[in-house]
Design a protein around this ligand. Sequence first.
Ligand code: CP
Length: 322
Amino acid sequence: MSAAADADAAPRPKHLLDLADWTPKQIAALFDTTDVMAQVMTRTIKKVPALQGFTVGTLFFENSTRTRLSFERAARAQSADVISFAAGASSLSKGESLKDTLRTIDAMQADLYVVRHPASGAPHQLTRWTDARVVNAGDGRRAHPTQALLDAYTFKTRFPEFAGFEGVKLAIVGDVAHSRVARSNVELWTKLGAHVTLCGPRTLLPEEFGERSGVTLTHRLADAVEGAHAVMALRLQRERMAGPLLPSLAEYRARYQVSRAALALAHPDALVMHPGPMNRDVEIEGPLADDPRSVIEAQVANGVPVRMAVLYTLLVGGKGRA
Ligand code: CP
């Protein structure tokens, strides 16, 4: 489908577990394919036969709105069949193990699994128990690669003056410590040549990030936002916090809320991003989420063609089951 894919000598990974395994050329090829899929989504009939005969299993052991629905939309828009597993409505509650659950679903012959799990590394573990391809839809605090891909793709479409990501400044503000979105975005944007500034209180900003090339840490919102081409706000992930990590929510808001006032320091055309779900008036000022600078809904919309491209690349770029 794309010339860029042929130009890349590295073998394309069988799975999408995290972006460390994918080269910049492979990511560029994925974005080329996304452009084609985005065009499909502008047609009256938003459906192509590209994945006819393939079955995609969505295995969600943790809640999701955007990721699960957009993967299912992405599969069906390419005429794949979809089987869906939701942990809350499954036999996990009757004591079935993760391995037996996968083997049960695997007996139904899916070609690719989209997996979200609260345990870091769970999608990697599943690759040992199935011949099907596996896409990580978020594991613990470790990685959420398709979120980072759709974030970067959204930036690319809105900031065409950057041919690549060299010279781009991304600020990520909030609960970095518990965020798989932050980890995958750091991996992707720095790999593509951008500079990433991570900002938050000391308890939510692990110093290990500062050891990475192309990454700066700061506890001052003004320093993070200054000159940024995109500012991404992150939710406080209370469900992953073992204890209280903030003196008070009011203080957190005052120091770290991404607001219209804070944006005044950013690049004049800076984009406001949020992976969702968002808590208005906590990590992001409510009206800023609806401001023309906000691309939060575009991020959701782009999730479909990006995930179409991921499914197409893994299933048709290779074959279904190995
Ligand atoms: N961004 C994201 O992963 O959203 P969901 O949890 O709704 O899938």
